[in-house]
Write a protein that binds this ligand. Structure first.
Ligand SMILES: Nc1ncnc2[nH]cnc12
Length: 439
């Protein structure tokens, strides 16, 4: 069976069409930057350590800094995809070798399944906030799952749909809701700068989760520049707007994340415009399911991507139906710890150590075990530096290690920055040693 004209080829063997320009990428990433999860998750930005909320100015600045840092990472990860036409996990064959690329591939599949289930859960709950409980949660999940699967079957068509029709509706909805919420005169005073760095870490994790996904879309870009600029501009503006709107809405409901959507629905025409955002949330689950399918193609390149999309879509729907989706904060902590250092290794090897010219992304690319070391060191650094709570037994292990080495973490320390610096320097060292060994 052949692919539709200007659609993603069905298997990895065929060349991808390169038809997406800056506006397509920008609109797509702007849609990904607005999320209903961002509205309730804004509490992690406002009060990442629990009990030490940021002032409004500090929170907005943390949103801007975290989004810019995170999206520059995503934008840089997109460039090799645009240059080579390879999907994200296939590119990692160049960094780690074909076999070892299975490790980040599996990690990405797990995070995308997690995100996808979160998204279907959020769409169903958002729909119930608009329409009430007369239609059960499970019916909304099934409907959202079906829409998600339909979008993944024609991914480039879905991206064009977003640019032509959805983006304008989202902008109107966001502006309307922002004005209406501000007219309710929320109390936005108080707070401090104490938890600024953990707040930036949270926002970085929100964006950096797209690092192992970006090339799946950038591979269809007309240029690396269009992909980079589209990601950074679209996602940063949208994510900052979304988080700030979330903070304003939270202020109206006593910072109770379980009631944040009520604030939106309660304003004039709120149900209509919030409904637009609920429907549009399907772009997120689309990206999650489609990228899981692309990741699976790194493991099984000859399988039709639509088979994977349908299977993953059904599985994600099942998880959203039956799983208890409530450990968002811990989930984000793990994502930051895994993908920030992986990004550091990728960007140093590709842009600084000459990977752009020598990466072998074929199916028999030799393993590069040494590249796992800087990644692992960055992962460790993240947990040593982070103050965010995840699972008790896990946090206790890292507290014990801190005590053992006599390290006392300070509130101003950023785990993402520490992980990045450690992995980047370690990658440079590995590169230097390799050159010495060759000379
Ligand atoms: N649905 C999602 N998938 C991946 N990364 C995300 N960051 C915020 N929302 C996301």
């Amino acid at each position: 069976m052949t692919s539709a004209v200007d659609e993603v080829p069905l298997t990895l063997g065929e060349a991808p069409p390169k038809t997406l320009g800056f506006l397509d990428q920008g609109a797509f990433w702007a849609n990904l930057g607005v999320s209903l999860l961002g509205f309730s998750g804004a509490l992690y930005l406002l009060d990442p350590l629990g009990g030490a909320p940021l002032s409004m100015v500090a929170a907005v600045l943390a949103a801007v800094v975290g989004s810019l840092v995170g999206t520059v990472m995503v934008g840089l990860a997109a460039i090799p995809g645009a240059r080579t036409g390879a999907p994200a996990m296939v590119l990692l064959r160049g960094l780690f070798g074909a076999r070892l690329s299975y490790l980040p591939t599996v990690l990405n599949i797990v995070q995308m399944l997690g995100w996808g289930a979160f998204e279907l859960w959020v769409i169903a709950n958002g729909a119930q906030a608009v329409f009430g409980d007369s239609v059960p949660y499970a019916v909304w999940v099934l409907a959202a799952g079906a829409l998600t699967i339909a979008l993944t079957l024609r991914p480039l068509g879905a991206i064009r749909l977003l640019r032509r029709f959805v983006t304008a509706a989202v902008v109107v909805a966001m502006v309307w809701l922002a004005v209406a919420l501000l007219r309710e005169a929320p109390h936005l005073g108080g707070g401090s700068w104490n938890a600024f760095a953990p707040a930036v870490d949270y926002v970085i994790a929100l964006s950096v989760s797209w690092v192992p996904v970006a090339a799946d879309y950038a591979r269809h870009s007309r240029s690396g520049r269009a992909a980079f600029a589209g990601v950074v501009t679209g996602y940063t503006i949208a994510q900052v707007a979304c988080l700030v709107l979330g903070i304003v809405a939270l202020a109206l409901v006593g910072n109770d994340p379980d009631r944040v959507w009520n604030a939106f629905v309660a304003v004039p025409l709120g149900a209509l415009f919030f409904g637009v955002l609920v429907l549009r949330e399907a772009d997120q689950s689309f990206a999650n399911v489609y990228s899981t399918a692309m990741s699976l193609q790194n493991l099984l390149p000859r399988v039709d991507r639509r088979v994977f999309s349908v299977g993953v879509g059904v599985l994600t729907t099942g998880v959203a139906l039956f799983a208890n989706v409530n450990s968002y904060g811990a989930f984000l902590g793990v994502i930051g710890a895994v993908f920030v250092p992986m990004f550091a290794v990728l960007v140093v090897d590709y842009f600084v150590l000459g990977g752009a010219a020598r990466w072998d992304t074929s199916q028999d690319a030799p393993s590069r075990w040494a590249m796992l070391v800087p990644w692992l060191l960055g992962f460790v650094a993240y947990w040593v530096f982070t103050g965010a709570a995840t699972l008790e037994w896990w946090d206790e292990r890292w507290a014990a290690l801190r005590e053992l080495i006599g390290f006392e973490r300070q509130p101003w320390m950023s785990a993402a920055l520490a992980a990045f610096v450690v992995s980047a320097l370690a990658t440079l060292l590995v590169g230097l040693l390799r050159r010495r060994a060759r000379a």
